[in-house]
Design a protein around this ligand. Structure first.
Ligand code: AMP
Ligand code: MG
Length: 327
C-alpha cells in the first residue's frame, strides 16, 4: 500500500509518497519566503502554493517512481492553518481523489508532526512537546486521543521567535538565524517569565524584547529570549513528566531543531529517567511525509471522506481528533 500526502497549512507546500510500513519514498517541498521583515501573508502564501504545486507533486511522484494510478489513498492537511493555504491543498487532494477514484483522507497537521516523529525516532508512548509555527503544546496519548497537559495562551514559541526575528529584519521563519545570533549572546537581560498553571504566555516576552532592543546588544536579546522561553517550556514539561511518569519525551515541530532547547530538555529527561527523542532536523519543519504517514495510519482503519465532503478547519483542536491506534 502506498499513499500521497499533501501539506499546505502555512509557509510550506509539500508532497510525499509513503508506504504503509513507513518507508518514505519521496518528500518534496517548496517554502514560501515573505519579504525581509514581513510576516506570512496568507493570500501570497496560497498563491505561492498554487504556483509550485504542479512541480512539487510531479517531482514527488517521479522520485517515488509511481503514478497517481498506483496510489492507494490521498491524504491532505485539513487544519489547523491559514484558510487560503489550506484550501490549495484540499482542492488539489479532492481533485486527484475524485479523478483517480482514490480514498480521500483529511488529517490534522499537528498530529502529523507527532506520528511522523514517533515513526522516525521509534518513541512508543512519549510525552510530546509539539513546537511548530502553529502549536506550542505538551501532550500525551490517553483513551485514543492526544490530550493536552499545557499549551500557550497567546502566541506560539515559533511565532515568538519569528516575530522577534522580523523586528530585527529577518524574514520568517527565522528560527535558525535567531538561534545563531543567540549563540553569540552572553549577558542575560531580564524578560517576563509567565507560566500560569501548566500553560505558557509568550507575548509579554516579545513586547519586552522588542522594547529593550534599543538598550542592549541584539545577540544578548536573542540569547535572553531563548533562555527565558525555553526555561518556561522546560518547567511545564518537567511537571507533566512528573505527573505522567512517561519513560520517553519526544520533541516535534520546527523548533525541535534548536540545540539549546535540546540541551535544556536533556537535563530534565535525565532527572526523570526518561529518554529524550528529537525528530530528525530534515523532518522537523512542515512536510508532506507527516501528512502521508498519518494518512497511512488512518487508511488502516478505513477512515476516508467522499471528495464532496472534503473540508478545511483553520482552528481544528488536536484533542477533538480520534487516533484509534493509540491506547
Ligand atoms: P513548523 O511549523 O513545524 O514548520 O515550524 C516552524 C517554526 O519552527 C518556525 O517558527 C521557525 O522559526 C521555527 N524554527 C525552525 N528552526 C528553528 C531553530 N533552529 N530554533 C528555533 N526555532 C526554529
Ligand atoms: Mg507545523
Amino acid at each position: 500500500m502506498i499513499g500521497l500526502g499533501i501539506e499546505s497549512t502555512a509557509h510550506t507546500f509539500g508532497a510525499s509518497v509513503i508506504s504503509d510500513d513507513g518507508r518514505i519514498l519521496s518528500n518534496v517541498k517548496d517554502v514560501y519566503r515573505p519579504p525581509e521583515g514581513a510576516g506570512i501573508h496568507p493570500r501570497e502564501a496560497s498563491r505561492h502554493h498554487s504556483d509550485v504545486a504542479p512541480k512539487v507533486l510531479k517531482e514527488s511522484l517521479i522520485k517515488a517512481s509511481v503514478s497517481y494510478r498506483d496510489l492507494d489513498f490521498i491524504a491532505y492537511s485539513a487544519g489547523p492553518g491559514l484558510g487560503p493555504c489550506l484550501r490549495v491543498g484540499a482542492t488539489l487532494a479532492r481533485f486527484i481523489s475524485a479523478y483517480y477514484d482514490k480514498p480521500l483522507i483529511p488529517v490534522h497537521h499537528g498530529i502529523g508532526h507527532i506520528e511522523l516523529g514517533a515513526l522516525l525516532t521509534g518513541a512508543k508512548d512519549p510525552l510530546v512537546l509539539l513546537l511548530s509555527g502553529g502549536h506550542t503544546m505538551i501532550l500525551s496519548a490517553h483513551n485514543k486521543r492526544w490530550r493536552v497537559f499545557g499549551e500557550t495562551l497567546d502566541i506560539t514559541l515559533g511565532q515568538l521567535i519569528d516575530q522577534f526575528g522580523r523586528s530585527i529584519g529577518f524574514s520568517s521563519p527565522s528560527g535558525p538565524q535567531v538561534e545563531a545570533l543567540a549563540s553569540k549572546g552572553k549577558n542575560f537581560v531580564q524578560l517576563p517569565y509567565v507560566v500560569k498553571g501548566n500553560d505558557l504566555s509568550f507575548s509579554g516576552i516579545l513586547s519586552a524584547a522588542k522594547k529593550l532592543l534599543s538598550r542592549f546588544r541584539v545577540e544578548d536579546m536573542a540569547y535572553s529570549l531563548q533562555e527565558v522561553a525555553f526555561s518556561m517550556l522546560a518547567e511545564t514539561a518537567e511537571r507533566a513528566l512528573a505527573l505522567t511518569k512517561k519513560p520517553e519525551i519526544m520533541v516535534v515541530g520546527g523548533v525541535a531543531a534548536n540545540k539549546r532547547l535540546k540541551e535544556m530538555l536533556s537535563y530534565i529527561a535525565e532527572r526523570h529517567d526518561s529518554k529524550l527523542f528529537i525528530v530528525p532536523a530534515d523532518y522537523a519543519g512542515d512536510n508532506g511525509a507527516q501528512i502521508a504517514w498519518l494518512g497511512a495510519l488512518y487508511h488502516k482503519y478505513g477512515y476516508k471522506v467522499e471528495p464532496e465532503h472534503a473540508f478545511v478547519d483553520q482552528s481544528w483542536r488536536i484533542d477533538e481528533v480520534e487516533v484509534p491506534w493509540r491506547s
